[in-house]
Design a protein around this ligand. Structure first.
Ligand code: Z5A
Length: 220
C-alpha cells in the first residue's frame, strides 16, 4: 500500500520544523511508520547541495541555475528517500518541497513557470504531496521567532522585509489556487494550538477516508 505524503510550507519562522516533529509523534502513536525529511536536503547528495544553496555560492549564477540545483537536489531526495518510503507504506512528512520552488524561484525569482513545471515533472513524478500545510504568520512574528538563533543569516534570510511580505502573499495565493491539496493554518498561535488544527485536518483528509474505505460493509 502506498503511504501518505504531507508537506509543510510557509515563510521563515512559521514553525514548520516544530510542526513536522509534532505531527510525526502523533502519527507514530497510532502505529504508523513515519519518515520526516526536509528540503533542500533529505538525502546525502541533496544535503551536500543544501550547503551550496544556502551559503550563497549558487546565487550569483542567477535564479534559473539556482532552480536547477534545487531540482537536482529534489531528484536525489525523491529517489533516495521519499519514493522508497511511500512504496513500503510509510508516511512521509517533508519540511518544504516543490511549492517552495514555485514561490521562491518562480514567483519571487521570476523563473519561467514552464521551466519550473518541466523540472517538477522530471523530479517529482507521481511523488506529489497529498496534503500541504501552509503555515501562515505575519512576517514580523516569524522574524521575532528566529531572531534569537544568533547564527549567520542564510542566502534567503538575508533578503529585504518586502521580499518576505511578498512571500507570504504568494503562499496564500498558491493555497487558494489548490484548495484540494493545501490547507492554510494560522500559525501565530501556540505550537500546541497549531498542532491541534493540523491534526484535525490530517484526520479529516487522510485518516478518516482510509478508515471508511477499509471498514467492513454492514450486513444487508
Ligand atoms: N528554498 C528555496 O528557495 N527553494 C526551494 O525549492 C526550497 C527551499 C526547498 C531553507 O531554509 C531555505 O531554502 C528557505 C527557502 C529556500 N529559505 N528561507 N528563509 P531553512 O530550511 O534553513 O529554513 P526555513 O525552512 O525557512 O525554516 P526556519 O526559518 O528554520 O523555521 P521553521 O522551520 O518554519 O520554524 P521552526 O524551526 O519550527 O521554529 C522557529 C522558532 O520558532 C523556534 O525557536 C521554535 O521553537 C519557535 N516556534 C515554532 N513554532 C512556534 C509557535 N507556534 N509559537 C512560538 N514560537 C514558535
Amino acid at each position: 500500500m502506498r503511504g501518505s505524503f504531507i508537506t509543510f510550507e510557509g515563510g521563515e519562522g512559521s514553525g514548520k520544523s516544530t510542526q513536522v516533529a509534532l505531527l510525526a509523534d502523533r502519527l507514530r502513536l497510532r502505529g504508523i511508520e513515519v519518515v520526516t525529511t526536509r528540503e533542500p536536503g533529505g538525502s546525502p547528495g541533496a544535503e551536500a547541495m543544501r550547503l551550496l544553496l544556502l551559503n550563497g555560492v549558487i546565487k550569483p549564477l542567477g535564479p534559473t541555475a539556482e532552480t536547477m540545483i534545487f531540482a537536482a537536489a529534489r531528484d536525489d531526495h525523491v529517489q533516495t528517500t521519499i519514493a522508497p518510503a511511500l512504496a513500503r507504506g510509510a508516511w512521509v512528512i517533508c519540511d518544504r518541497f516543490l511549492d517552495s520552488t514555485r514561490i521562491y524561484q518562480g514567483v519571487l525569482g521570476n523563473v519561467d513557470r514552464r521551466i519550473i513545471r518541466a523540472l517538477e515533472r522530471a523530479t517529482v513524478g507521481d511523488a506529489m504531496p497529498g496534503l500541504t500545510f501552509v503555515l501562515d504568520v505575519p512576517v514580523e512574528v516569524g522574524f521575532a521567532r528566529v531572531s534569537d538563533r544568533g547564527q549567520i543569516k542564510d542566502r534567503f534570510e538575508s533578503e529585504e522585509i518586502e521580499f518576505h511580505i511578498q512571500l507570504r502573499e504568494a503562499f496564500l495565493d498558491l493555497a487558494r489556487d489548490e484548495p484540494k491539496r493545501c490547507v492554510v493554518i494560522d500559525a501565530s498561535q501556540s505550537p500546541e494550538a497549531v498542532a491541534t488544527r493540523i491534526w484535525l485536518a490530517v484526520v479529516e483528509r487522510l485518516l478518516k477516508p482510509r478508515t471508511t474505505k477499509t471498514a467492513p460493509r454492514a450486513a444487508s
